[in-house]
Design a protein around this ligand. Sequence first.
Ligand SMILES: Nc1ncnc2c1ncn2[C@@H]1O[C@H](COP(=O)(O)OP(=O)(O)O)[C@@H](O)[C@H]1O
Ligand SMILES: [Mg+2]
Length: 430
Amino acid sequence: MSKKIKRLRNFNAQLRSVNEKLKTEILHRQEAEDNLKAAYHRLSDIIEFLPDATFVIDKDKKVIAWNKAIEEMTGVKKEEMIGKGDYAYSVPFYGKLRPLLLDLLTVPQEEIEAQYSYVKREKDGLYAEVFVPRIYGGKGAFVWAKAAPLFDNYGQIMGVVESIRDITDRKEAEAILRQDKESFEAMNKIKTEQLLLVQKELTDAKHLSEIGSLAATVAHELRNPLAAIRTAAYNIGKKSRNSCLVSHLNNIEKKVIECDQTINNLLSYSRVKVSRFEEVKIHAILKECITSAQDRYYKWKVRVIKKCNCAKSDNIYADPFQMRELFNNLLNNAFESFPEKKGKLVIQVDGLGNPDSIVISFIDNGMGINPNDLEKLSHPFFTTKSKGTGLGLTICRQLVNLHEGSMNFKSEIGRGTEVKVTLPRERKLK
Ligand SMILES: Nc1ncnc2c1ncn2[C@@H]1O[C@H](COP(=O)(O)OP(=O)(O)O)[C@@H](O)[C@H]1O
Ligand SMILES: [Mg+2]
């Protein structure tokens, strides 16, 4: 009996010790569980107050955390979202059920790229930038999103966390910067082009002024010997009774006049031009120039018609001498455009209904101008005539510019040319 009692006591003692161990074990576990709960609460608190919109799903893709910032971003309270699965968390973002970044952690890169405009796989998860249409009450916003897996102590995935940040401001700033850069580049391009143009004009001007002074010197030097030749021819004519000589002398006289005209052109081109503006009777000047052109080309059968669509008393502010030079040059060209020395020339003045300017057109039905030559017309020394100086239109262009007017050409080979000169009526005060 005593043996039995002894065994029982022994057994009892063992039980007590096991019981003690169990109690300590339970206590440890309790402590561990409390620690875990505390840790979980701390984590929930941290997530709750993170400045970025953040949510967490567990292994079964059910929402276990939905923080304050994401409530504000989506307008959906955590009570409505906690415990929800089947992609319910995507509805506040896209208005439909679809995977979000945190569902794509294990999906191949190409598949992710099909859904996100910018996506990058990082060591600890995925990073993406995308426009989300439904957040902020349907206003939508550009966001960046970051998704990362959460592991337990044994390295097993226990869930996934995703953080989302509104980057609309940054995107807008980037767009503004891009726009600024583009407009700056465009402006820069325009400025460079303008600079190049000015540089070219300067080079041209320098070139022209060099040509101008050379032309002036040559013209000046030729003038005296020419005058001497003319006087000599005159004297020979007076003294000689030989009638055979008369036609030769006339020829000398004619050629001297031609040379004189060329010299005048050269001098006129090279002279520094200043306009003396006064009120001029433009119709009277034009008429005078037409008459003298008809005298110069008296052998030519050219029908000259002057049309006037404005008041005859229309005066403009201009330099009368320069106007004569302008009209003479244009009339000469028009007469010289008739290879058969016959044709029709219309001179038309339009001013009705335009208080600011008048337009004078010289329309011939002469040989016309080759389209390739049109842009060279005002270049100094451009001529298609065997005896031309190629300075007439250069001078005309200068004169028109001095008057702040414009000169345009329309021409068709074999059909004729129209030169339109527009001149302001008044002098603009600067
Ligand atoms: N009305 C016109 N019809 C045909 N060609 C013209 C006319 N006006 C000017 N041109 C062309 O423009 C060129 C330049 O004219 P211009 O500067 O007056 O010099 P030039 O008369 O000495 O040749 C002429 O040689 C001619 O080829
Ligand atoms: Mg000419």
